[in-house]
Design a protein around this ligand. Structure first.
Ligand SMILES: [Fe+2]
Ligand SMILES: [Fe+2]
Length: 175
């Protein structure tokens, strides 16, 4: 049986393999969701926010591949994700930013759950692996919160949305 071969060759528990594969799908969903936000921003003339979300989308792909590679490196079966329910339409720029922060907080909560599960199962290797993601989430949440602060501080009076768009563009990390 193929499954018994897979189980013999990995120290990962089935539970952890499943949760990491679910996380691959979540990162793939984030990547697609940010691409949807990028397109919407471009369409509405927020070209800097459009580039910002394109960059975010690419980062989520990197996260997805990190998980994919870890599962494979551990001798288990990484699964190509299916992506469902991607939003391509938003009421306004603020709705995009609120969704962005909510998503990032949700991802932090997921990684905390994964870390707890690893700890309880005594899987300290995966526990150590997910520390990178927990550190990363601190930055991701901080950046998402900053976009909303920018929105609030500048406000939408006069050319506010034009200035907000420009300021969000400056949050793109320079290579
Ligand atoms: Fe991510
Ligand atoms: Fe993220």
């Amino acid at each position: 049986m193929e499954t018994s071969i897979i189980r013999k060759n990995t120290s990962l528990s089935e539970e952890i393999i499943e949760v990491l594969n679910q996380q691959i799908a979540v990162e793939a969903h984030s990547s697609a969701a940010y691409l949807g936000m990028s397109a919407w921003c471009h369409l509405k003339g927020y070209i800097h926010a459009g580039e910002f979300f394109r960059h975010q989308s690419e980062e989520e792909t990197v996260h997805k591949m990190k998980l994919f590679d870890y599962i494979l490196d551990m001798g288990a079966h990484a699964l190509a994700p299916e992506v469902h329910q991607v939003n391509n339409n938003f009421d306004d720029l603020r709705a995009v930013l609120d969704t962005y922060l909510d998503m990032e907080i949700g991802i932090t909560n997921r990684f905390n759950k994964i870390a707890k599960q690893c700890f309880e199962l005594g899987d300290f290797q995966t526990f150590s692996f997910v520390q990178w993601f927990l550190d990363e989430q601190k930055e991701e949440e901080d950046t998402a919160r900053r976009t909303i602060e920018i929105y609030e501080l500048i406000g939408i009076e006069l050319d506010g949305l034009f200035q907000i768009d420009k300021a969000i563009g400056k949050l793109i990390p320079q290579a």
